[in-house]
Design a protein around this ligand. Structure first.
Ligand SMILES: CC/C=C\C/C=C\C/C=C\C/C=C\CC/C=C/C(=O)SCCNC(=O)CCNC(=O)[C@H](O)C(C)(C)COP(=O)(O)OP(=O)(O)OC[C@H]1O[C@@H](n2cnc3c(N)ncnc32)[C@H](O)[C@@H]1OP(=O)(O)O
Ligand code: FAD
Length: 697
């Protein structure tokens, strides 16, 4: 205890009693030659070497399993190092920048990243990775992530031919302007209008009310020159609902807003640094005219005469860009979660508390069973989300190919899976990052731990690209038992089956897990359906509304089944490398049994398992944690993150946490002077006044 974080008094006094220093002063022990030698010597020590030595698998091969291929490891490694070694991409001071400085820094980084991409002739895969490792939300995310995909998905070939080369070369910068001040989730409720004027062959884009102001689009506030704007199409006096239009917003000469366009940033957001690097914007149109051919016309068209023509395709294809981004967000969830877990696992192996009353070594907090039971399910979830993300990417590609061939049969499945997986993985990840902060104790609350910023950047993922609750309710509309719903075809069996588990080890059988998860999801869905029809004597919608909290839980059960199924399928594949398959098997079991334990109420209430079987699952979970323990540090090493990308003094690869924490503190602007600004105005008069009062007594 005395040597740990609780002993702050003596330490503090030494820390702050040094003479006035310049901005770049060093901590006292670093000014001392013996101190710096000591620090250098310590930096060469791998404080986590003993942990790494206990790993029972080939970490290099696990990197391949995580990244997807040897090629992927290699490319990611190169791009991560390229970013880490470039001073322009420095990010350790980010939380100390003002909003203006941070935004300018984002512009600088984006321009420099583009310069490097062009100079080094990077491939699309390399460029995407480079941007990922720059790790600072900015307009480029929306330009590449939504503006370009919207034109690709909804533009005709001619439109693509005209606009994409401009976007690819950054001759224009685009954003995705859908959400309005008054309407986000309810896309059909958007108010912006695009009225066709046959006299001039133009659309007139207008914001008729305050609530129709576009509000939130990233990159809109300050950077974009163009936007894909979603508006109600009105022609021949009839409202044809929401369609996409390419609209120029700013001059390409001096960046000033075009006539009739009012726009700006919507203001500071949650957390320091974090998502404040992004210029989420507000936009209003006052009868702005655009040529007719700037309506995205792949799905429907307006003729020169003003006739509305809808191609023979489902109208929901308009939502394709959102489906694309939702599947990327699932892959992103595993990245954010694995970063937080990497920090918490490494720090938990370094951090020691209690365990010795006689001056002997204290216990690594990673050895506490409570720490393991909080942390290892998150580690397992990171792997689970990674693999389900890969599968979802495959599904998305498959559906896209089918759509090209005019086969729309899997569209609903793609929508349900992307919506549901986006909702579950982002909610779990946001909560998990916060849990990792707590797992790191007090130091986790410091910006230098990287966790506060990671949380603040990540948490809006629960809202953007569809509020998670709204998205989960979309699953309830799935009708046919196909694809991931196929298990619903086994309704008769799954409604009455009983788990055969009779020992803790029986829970290691993937069939036992699969059956329990299928039965739970199916029975919850059937219960909902029955309750809805009972609640809705007249109309199904009324019952749906009444029972929507139950529907949410049933949707989560279905999505958890998908995640478990895809993890089991992954582990059934051939996986090279000593011990790699065994570790993944253990993590798969941890994930499934943790979910079973956490949602035990569902499994018991639906009669899928007995209380005794629930207790056996928990017993097995404890054994699995013991199995994961010696491999934990190596399992997070397999994510292959550089210290730069991780951005955490607690998650350093070498585990040399304390000197780094100590040094980091001195970089805070408050420590630029020993006597703080404001002392003479506020502190000194206060102290003097009190002294005077006391002397009068
Ligand atoms: C920027 C990205 C960069 C890189 C990518 C990589 C990683 C991402 C990382 C970070 C992201 C960074 C920044 C984030 C930027 C954020 C952007 C945004 O937020 S853009 C705005 C997003 N807005 C939404 O998501 C709105 C949510 N609402 C909806 O999606 C829909 O309106 C809703 C699903 C709620 C449907 O409402 P409803 O009124 O019921 O629907 P409708 O009448 O229109 O249709 C009913 C019918 O259609 C089916 N359906 C609905 N959606 C889809 C779909 N997408 N695909 C297929 N089918 C769909 C629906 O199920 C129903 O079917 P049935 O009639 O029941 O059969
Ligand atoms: C950081 C960030 C970046 C964004 N970037 C963009 C962008 O680039 N482009 C863009 O167009 N938009 C963007 N958005 C907007 C985003 O897509 C919307 O905020 C999101 O879709 C949620 O919609 P909303 O804000 O209208 O929430 P609301 O729908 O108003 O949600 C409020 C509450 O109501 C609940 N609720 C709503 N409807 C229902 C229902 N039917 N049943 C039950 N509960 C319901 C929700 O669960 C939530 O609790 C961004 C948002 C954020 C936070």
């Amino acid at each position: 205890m005395w040597r740990g974080g609780s002993n702050t008094r003596t330490c503090k006094r030494r820390f702050f009693s040094s003479p006035t220093r310049s901005r770049h002063h060093r901590p006292p022990y670093m000014l001392h030659s013996r101190g710096s030698q000591h620090l250098k010597a310590m930096a060469e020590v791998d404080h986590l070497a003993a942990e790494r030595a206990t790993a029972r698998f080939d970490v290099e091969e696990m990197k391949v399993a995580w990244a997807g291929s040897r090629h992927a490891v290699h490319v990611a490694d190169r791009m991560a190092r390229l970013v880490a070694s470039d001073p322009v991409f420095r990010k350790d001071n980010r939380t100390m920048l003002s909003r203006k400085e941070l935004f300018k820094d984002t512009l600088r980084k984006a321009a420099h990243a583009w310069k490097r991409i062009v100079e080094l002739r990077l491939t699309e895969e390399e460029a995407d990775l480079l941007r990922q490792y720059v790790d600072q939300p900015g307009y480029v995310d929306l330009h590449w992530g939504m503006f370009v995909p919207a034109i690709k998905g909804q533009g005709t070939e001619e439109q693509q031919h005209k606009w994409l080369p401009l976007a690819y070369k950054f001759q224009i910068i685009g954003c995705y302007a859908q959400t309005e001040l008054g309407h986000g989730s309810n896309v059909q409720g958007l108010e912006t209008t695009a009225t066709f004027d046959p006299k001039t062959d133009e659309f007139v884009i207008h914001s008729p009310t305050l609530t129709s102001s576009k509000w939130w689009p990233g990159g809109l506030g300050k950077a974009s020159t163009h936007a894909v704007v979603y508006a109600r199409l009105i022609t021949e006096g009839k409202d044809y609902g929401i369609h996409g239009f390419i609209v120029q917003l700013r001059s390409l000469e001096d960046h000033s807003p075009l006539p009739g366009v009012t726009l700006g940033d919507i203001g500071g957001k949650f957390g320091s640094g974090a998502y404040n690097s992004m210029d989420n914007g507000v936009l209003r149109f006052d009868h702005v005219r655009i040529p007719r051919d700037q309506m995205l016309m792949r799905l429907s068209q307006v003729t020169r005469e003003g006739k509305y023509v809808h191609s023979n395709v489902p109208k929901q294809l308009l939502y394709g860009t959102m489906v694309y981004v939702r599947q990327s967000i699932v892959a992103d969830a595993s990245k954010a979660l694995s970063r937080a877990v990497c920090i918490a696992v490494r720090y938990s192996a370094v951090r020691k508390q209690f365990g010795s009353q006689d001056g002997g070594p204290e216990t690594q907090v990673l050895n506490y069973k409570t720490q393991q039971s909080r942390l290892f399910p998150l580690l397992a979830s990171a792997y689970a989300f990674r693999f389900v993300g890969d599968w979802l990417n495959w599904l998305y590609t498959d559906v896209t190919q089918k759509l090209e061939a005019k086969d729309f049969s899997t569209l609903q499945e793609a929508h349900a899976c992307t919506a549901g997986l986006k909702a579950v993985t982002t909610s779990v990840t946001a909560d998990a990052i916060e849990e990792c902060r707590k797992l790191c104790g007090g130091h986790g609350y410091l910006n230098s731990s990287g966790l506060p910023e990671l949380f603040a950047v990540y948490v809006p993922a629960c809202t953007y690209e569809g509020d998670n609750v709204v998205l989960l309710l979309q699953l309830a509309s799935g009708k046919q038992p196909v694809g991931t719903m196929a298990y619903m075809g086994k309704v008769q069996y799954l409604m009455q089956c009983k788990s055969a588990v009779s020992s803790a080890e029986d829970w290691l059988n993937p069939d036992a897990i699969q059956e329990a998860f299928e039965a739970r999801a199916l029975r919850m869905a059937v219960n909902c359906a029955q309750n809805i029809s009972q609640a809705a004597s007249q109309e199904e919608a009324a019952g749906f509304y009444e029972r929507s909290p139950d529907l949410l839980e049933a949707a989560v059960a279905h999505i958890q089944l998908i995640i478990v199924t895809k993890f089991i399928e992954k582990v059934h594949q051939e996986i090279p490398g000593h011990g790699v398959k065994e570790q993944l098997q253990a993590l798969c079991n941890v994930y499934a049994l943790y979910i079973l334990h956490k949602h035990l109420g569902d499994f018991l209430a639906t009669g899928c398992i007995t209380p005794r079987q629930g207790a056996l699952a928990n017993e097995q979970l404890g054994k699995l944690y013991a199995q994961v323990r010696p491999n934990a540090v190596a399992l997070v090493d397999a994510f292959n993150y550089t210290d730069h990308y991780l951005g955490s003094v607690l998650g350093r690869y070498d585990g040399d946490v304390y000197p780094a924490l100590y040094e980091e503190a001195w970089k805070d602007p408050l420590n630029e002077t020993v006597v703080p600004e404001g002392y003479h105005e506020y502190l000194r008069p206060l102290i003097k006044q009190q002294q005077l009062k006391l002397s009068r007594l």
